[in-house]
Design a protein around this ligand. Sequence first.
Ligand code: SAM
Length: 349
Amino acid sequence: MKIKNNTILTLDKFINKALYDDKSGYYMKSNPFGKKGDYITAPNISILFSEMIAIWIISFWENLKCPKKLNIIELGAGNGEMMDQIIKTFDGFQVFKNCYKINILEKSIYLKKIQKQKLKNKNIKWLKSLKEITNVPNIFIANEFFDALPIKQFIKKKNWYERNVKFTKLNKSSFVDILTDIKKIEKKIGFKISYKQKFIEYSPLSIKYLKIISEKINTNNGGILIIDYGYLDSSMKNTLKSISKHKFNDVLSKFGASDITHNINFKLLEKIIKKFNLKMSGITNQKNFLTNLGILQRAEIISKNLPFSKKADIYFRIKRLIDKNSMGELFKVMLVTKKNNKFTTGFTN
Ligand SMILES: C[S@@+](CC[C@H](N)C(=O)[O-])C[C@H]1O[C@@H](n2cnc3c(N)ncnc32)[C@H](O)[C@@H]1O
């Protein structure tokens, strides 16, 4: 991707170009998942992850009083693996089967093709915009979606500076921090994001999506289940990172050829959804969520008559999902609902 000398981009614009440039953005030309790719996500580690999500969706539908029409919307469906397994699990639930419609919001045309291939013969609507969602209760599922959205960063010295990227020679770049008016930004966001912070990291696009999602949930009922790596402290950190071939690398050095991501600040997400009149109905880590939903019992059932090697493989995969040194603690699960909702399945300690 050619960028002119001396071009300066705010960090979010830089990430957007690196990941989502129509022609040469990272997500627009490659399949990042799995051993041969750059990273692996939970649905691609074990089908039991998606089974647990499917069971959770059915329980939440019951909590919503079993509406005859329900939209399930997956945000950023990757290679389609999670939705494939979710639909297979739904097939065993006769009454529920007649009530739901699946929608996918996917930005990458390349991944959309892979999803359409994997999910062919399934009744799915690929959305161009969240505004197309029909007015019935909605359950949004976002596994590793928000971490893929571009972020802005601000640094407090004496005043606040915004982090930018300057291209010096062809595709050589460096960070430059430029003096900014944080009050203007706060006016746009609608709250004082700089309160008690020395560093700010947030995604304007996340706020935009959460606004539309909140309007949909407030009007039609439902909720959003967010699963992502992140932290719960209120003080924000610099978590920007780049990943290629399962290893971290320099964010600036592999422009367009490496994933760029960050850890989600769940406290900030909570502030945002509160501003949009919703509540956080639950927050826990992936280990608690999956074990509460019975992933270990399910593994026992399906591995009962299997040879030792297959059994070991099932448990090895679950260990990656729930072990505290793997995804179990770093990954958090958050449920956002209307203020009067009391559903807590998966979130009790
Ligand atoms: C890290 S991947 C996670 C994929 C999948 N959920 C999984 O767990 O395997 C992020 C996904 O979000 C998609 N994505 C990123 N930005 C998006 C946007 N603005 N709208 C819709 N999809 C987006 C990417 O193309 C990719 O499919």
